[in-house]
Design a protein. Structure first.
Length: 184
C-alpha cells in the first residue's frame, strides 16, 4: 500500500488555547496540536521532525493546513496562519472566522472552557516500533488540525494559561458589553 492509499488518521492533543479578538479578522487561537515523544491513548508516539517534509511540501505548493471542527471536512471554521515544528511539537496559530456559524460556537465553547483540544488529521508515511512495541511515527503528511472536544493525548495539557484564560480578552469584553447592552 502506498502512502497515498493509506487512510487519513487523527491524533488529538489538549492545549491551553489563547483566544484574542482581532477586529473583524476573527478570534485568534494558538497552541500545540501535537507533542513529540509522548504516547497517546492509542500507544502511538510522534517523533521530532515527523512534519518537516510535509510542511516543506505544502509551502512549496502554496498549500495550507486546514482548520476544521471535530475533523469534519465539511466544517472549516478558520485558518491556520502559522504551522511549525519546534523542539516541543507542532505549534499552530490561527483565526476562527466569526462569519462562520460553527466558528462562533467554537469561540464560545473555548471561552467557557467547555473544550480545549487540538487534533491532527494526517497520513502515515513512515513508522516503526519503539522498544516497548508502540508505533513510532517518524514521517507524517499533515492534512488538517481540528478543534476537538476529546483529545487523544490528554497528558499534553499546558499548565501555563494564555492571556484569554487569565484575564478577559477583547473578545470576552465585547461579549460582556453586548450582554450588558441587551439587558438594558
Amino acid at each position: 500500500m502506498t502512502p497515498l492509499q493509506r487512510p487519513l488518521e487523527r491524533k488529538d492533543c489538549a492545549t491551553a488555547l489563547n483566544l484574542q479578538a482581532r477586529g473583524g479578522a476573527g478570534v485568534s487561537v494558538a497552541g500545540y496540536a501535537s507533542l513529540f515523544g509522548l504516547p497517546d491513548q492509542g500507544g502511538d508516539i510522534v517523533a521530532a521532525g515527523a512534519y518537516t517534509r510535509s510542511l516543506a511540501r505544502l509551502a512549496q505548493k502554496g498549500g495550507t493546513v486546514r482548520m476544521l471542527w471535530q475533523h469534519d471536512p465539511a466544517q472549516p471554521i478558520g485558518v491556520w496562519d502559522e504551522v511549525r515544528e519546534d523542539a516541543r511539537g507542532l505549534f499552530v496559530k490561527g483565526r476562527l472566522l466569526m462569519d462562520v456559524a460553527r466558528a462562533k460556537e467554537a469561540a464560545a465553547l473555548l471561552e467557557a472552557g467547555a473544550m480545549d483540544g487540538l487534533s491532527i488529521g494526517y497520513r502515515t508515511i513512515k513508522a516503526g516500533k519503539d522498544d516497548k512495541g508502540r508505533r513510532l511515527l517518524s514521517e507524517l503528511e499533515l492534512w488538517e488540525v481540528s478543534l476537538v472536544t476529546f483529545p487523544m493525548l490528554p497528558q499534553a495539557r499546558v499548565a501555563a494559561k494564555g492571556h484569554a484564560l487569565d484575564a478577559p480578552c477583547a473578545f470576552t469584553r465585547a461579549l460582556q458589553d453586548a450582554r450588558t447592552q441587551l439587558a438594558t
